[in-house]
Write a protein that binds this ligand. Structure first.
Ligand code: GTP
Ligand code: MG
Length: 177
């Protein structure tokens, strides 16, 4: 078998958008309704098989609370991949996501692979046209991703919708070591 390719990946995004929940779903196939905020950052690993390749993700799950903002550069500086997360029911989190993408393009490695992820899809999937919790449209998300050259997904850590696809999508863009 081929040796696993290690990929350093960082998650960034406003507090409570579901970064840790996406990681918990990917690593443990689990979800917690009342997940506690991350303090500083958390480190987890998970392997992912894509065709013939095995990728070992080394995941830095950063804290979104403003008081930890100064730590983020430490985690994205030598990352090969980043997931920038927003909550599709929270417009302010999408504005924050734009800022993270800009900062990554200015400060991170120039060949970093970035995925933009609009999370909490489960909250809008049963919406009617008259009444919707959705505050960020698919077009806005896709538009930003196209402008900035990012992968784009809407996900639910709660139902697991599209969560593996994010990591498979990123892995597929990482060049062979
Ligand atoms: P910080 O660590 O403070 O930056 O927050 P975070 O981005 O890691 O968010 P976290 O994963 O802790 O989730 C915040 C809250 O949102 C928790 O109560 C989760 O259960 C909830 N949550 C996360 N993902 C989803 C989702 O896809 N759908 C729904 N309905 N709730 C979610
Ligand atoms: Mg967290």
């Amino acid at each position: 078998p081929n040796p696993a390719t290690s990929v350093k990946l960082v998650l960034l995004g406003e507090a409570a958008v579901g970064k840790s929940s996406l990681v918990l779903r990917f690593v443990s196939n689990d979800f917690q309704e009342n997940k506690e905020p991350t303090i500083g950052a958390a480190f987890l690993t998970q392997k992912c098989t894509i065709g013939e390749r095995t990728i070992k993700y080394e995941i830095w799950d950063t804290a979104g609370q403003e008081r930890f903002a100064s730590l983020a550069p430490m985690y994205y500086r030598n990352a090969q991949a980043a997931i920038v997360v927003y909550d599709i029911t929270k417009p302010a989190s999408f504005i924050k996501a734009r800022h993270w993408v800009k900062e990554l393009h200015e400060q991170a490695s120039k060949d970093i692979t970035i995925a933009l992820v609009g999370n909490k899809y489960d909250l809008v999937e049963d919406d009617t046209e008259e009444e919707s919790l959705r505050k960020v449209s698919v077009e806005e998300g896709k538009g930003l991703a196209e402008e900035e050259g990012l992968l784009f997904f809407e996900t639910s850590a709660k139902t697991s919708y599209n969560v593996n696809d994010v990591f498979i999508g990123i892995g597929s863009k990482i060049p062979e070591a």
